[in-house]
Design a protein around this ligand. Structure first.
Ligand code: FA5
Length: 335
């Protein structure tokens, strides 16, 4: 009787080793290990044996049972591992795989204003500048006072500032230009300083063909020994040529900013012969240097601030700056 069960265990081991799925494993378990199985029946029949044979038969029966249990567990583990491998193979992603060219790919692209900003950064980095950043929400100190615009100054009005309802009235605002980044940089770094700071700026301006209420500027600041207005003019000239890469006429026009002295406005020619104002510039006012702990007797600087959206308008000969914020993908796809 015992030999028969041991043979059954060997047969079960073979079937389990070859089992192709979990159903086959369960089948063998039911047949040999379940409540109505061969081994359960054998266990019941141990009672019929003579007491002297019973212990030996019980031990061998348990051994046969254990062999089948071990083989079933092994088969389950083998099938689970194979299943994992199949799943991994099916879900594998080849990130280097290239689709054949017959499938048209719809690729995203950078907004033309972002492209202009990147290009501006490249041009100035090529001239030895580094890129700086400042917050879009500013205090009156950075947006105005440190820039030599005290609260009684009429120039504050010309910035059409959007105030934030925080702290004292008119104390916190969305920055109306990128010039506060000049202060933040000079507070932290000692000259020589050569930085550009592109970023978003905000004014209560009504949108029209040349204005947006949220627009972008790029600030430039150079502080060094013996800097003159000639360096400023040369830098702007160099940048116009690098950015537009074609014959564009530019001019500096005397102007006024409290934070530069002398100050100028910078225009470039449009295809129709008219001029578009791109930005302001000038020699950094000695008060601004002093406000940042820099000795104006020892150091001089020039600064400029251009409208990036306006630069992009000029570069692509677009009639209306509002096209940039209409989110019309047919328009944006052209760039
Ligand atoms: C300023 O903002 C000064 N901070 C510029 C400056 C920097 C002068 C450093 C001297 C030294 P202004 O307000 O002129 O200046 O604005 C500069 C440029 O930002 C404008 O020439 C224009 O190109 C752009 N700009 C101004 N308002 C708008 C607007 N609403 N929409 C689009 N572009 C604008």
């Amino acid at each position: 009787m015992i030999e028969g069960y041991e043979q059954a265990a060997v047969g079960a081991e073979e079937r389990l080793a070859a089992a192709a799925d979990l159903d086959a494993v369960s089948g063998v378990e039911r047949e040999l290990l379940g409540r109505r199985s061969l081994f359960a029946d054998a266990k019941r029949r141990l009672a019929d044996l003579a007491p002297g044979d019973r212990a030996e038969a019980g031990r061998r029966l348990n051994e046969a049972r254990a062999r089948v249990e071990t083989a079933a567990a092994g088969a389950r583990e083998r099938l689970a591992a194979a299943d994992r491998d199949d799943r991994h193979a099916a879900e594998r992603l080849d990130l280097t795989e290239r689709l054949p060219h017959t499938v048209p790919l719809s690729r995203g692209r950078l907004h033309p204003v972002t492209q202009a900003r990147d290009r501006l950064e490249d041009v100035f980095v090529g001239m030895g500048y580094t890129v700086a950043e400042g917050p879009e929400v500013e205090t009156a100190w950075y947006n105005f006072e440190a820039l030599n615009i005290p609260d009684w100054h009429p120039a504050r009005g010309s910035f059409d500032t959007i105030f934030v309802n925080l702290g004292e009235p008119e104390e916190v605002m969305l920055r109306s230009h990128t010039s506060p980044v000049q202060i933040r940089v000079m507070e932290k770094r000692k000259p020589p300083v050569y930085i550009v700071a592109p970023g978003r700026t905000f004014r209560t301006d009504t949108a029209d063909a040349t204005h947006l209420p949220a627009f972008n500027q790029i600030e430039g600041l150079a502080v060094d020994r013996n800097i003159t207005m000639g360096d400023l003019a040369g830098t702007i000239d160099e940048f116009v040529r690098a950015f537009f890469g074609r014959e564009v006429k530019s001019r500096l026009r005397p102007s006024y900013f409290p934070f530069t002295e002398p100050s100028a406005e910078f225009d470039i020619s449009r295809p129709d012969g008219s001029w578009l104002e791109l930005g302001g510039c000038g020699m950094v006012h000695p008060n601004v240097l002093s406000n940042c702990g820099i000795d104006p007797e020892e150091w001089q600087g020039f600064a400029f601030g251009f409208g990036i959206d306006r630069l992009a308008v000029m570069r692509h000969e677009i009639d209306d700056i509002r096209e940039f914020v209409n989110s019309d993908t047919r328009f944006l796809r052209q760039f």
